[in-house]
Design a protein around this ligand. Sequence first.
Ligand code: ACO
Length: 341
Amino acid sequence: MKTKFKNPRAKHDFQGRPCSITGVGSYVPEKILTNAQLEKLVDTSDEWITTRTGIKERRIAAATEFTSDLAAKAARRAMEMAGITAEQIDLIIVASITPDMPFPNTACLVQQKIGARRVPAFDIEAACSGFLYALEVGQNFIASRNFETVLVIGAEKLSAITNWTDRNTCVLFGDGAGAAILQSRADSHGLLATVLGADGNKAELLSMPGGGSRCPASAQSVADGLHFLRMDGKETFKNAVQAMCSAANEVLTRCEIDITRIKCVIPHQANRRIIDAVGERLGATPEQLFVNLHKYGNTSAASVAIALDEAVRSGKVQRGDLILIVAFGAGLTWGAAVIEW
Ligand code: ACO
């Protein structure tokens, strides 16, 4: 179905040219870690994890497989779908909270791995909202005609910052990457509108305190477990539902559509109960909600990118369909976007 949809960016933002997603791709590591296997690591049960989170298994990268490797594999699949070569890419943006190292950035490492030209490459750190932040930044470079082809990636090796003795967090996360190629296409409006937000007052809810300028790595920081992800699950849960609903409603309002126009809602895959609460409050039907959390757990910046790729490749969305992506993460950060596929 082709929508007779006026691009709200032209109305609300600036007269930029439309930005389409011409290819998507994802990659998850081969190794599967099931709930049953986690039962042997910490005091937990498949029943607790399934009922409290909806997660059944997650993927774990090999010791020799880094975030840039996952990112490069997802990127190659997106390039293949878009029908482009690495030489055509003008800009690379990687969203991640688990870069290969503090610097150089992971986008530069991806540039080298996929054989791209000496084009600009930088990282964005907005936790689970990172892919939406990166999409918005990338779309602005297309809209402003600075670049013709932008590679946007959400990639994480969360297993590297997971405390495998903490049952409160280790059951939740997984590794993976998702990528998108942004270009301008005459026959598609592409990214119709994006809403982004953040609240630094709640930074303490989700963090990895060690390894930065406040608490550089030391024997003490390692002993204190400061290089692991920490989370106040209950408060994060409440904030996630509230922020995702309000961002989603705002972006729908900006597009002057209601939820019934959306073919597929792609929420951040953190917890099935969060997804269901968001879906219910938005008035989305179960058929509209895309869920792959049971297979991968929470892959942070990769989460909605992997889900978008699976939604497209499974035929759940067709060209012309409207997609609502909504995410929430540490920062706090959140975002929502409406895409005409
Ligand atoms: N197995 C068994 N018991 C557990 C486990 C486990 N794996 N983990 C915690 N528990 C126990 C706790 O110790 C606690 O026990 P206590 O009451 O005796 O102290 C109890 O279960 C807590 O249970 P609930 O209150 O039911 O926990 P809740 O419903 O809040 O679920 C969860 C916890 C799954 C973490 C949930 O709060 C959540 O999903 N939060 C949001 C996560 C999120 O959205 N993250 C997004 C951003 S991530 C990012 O940015 C990187």
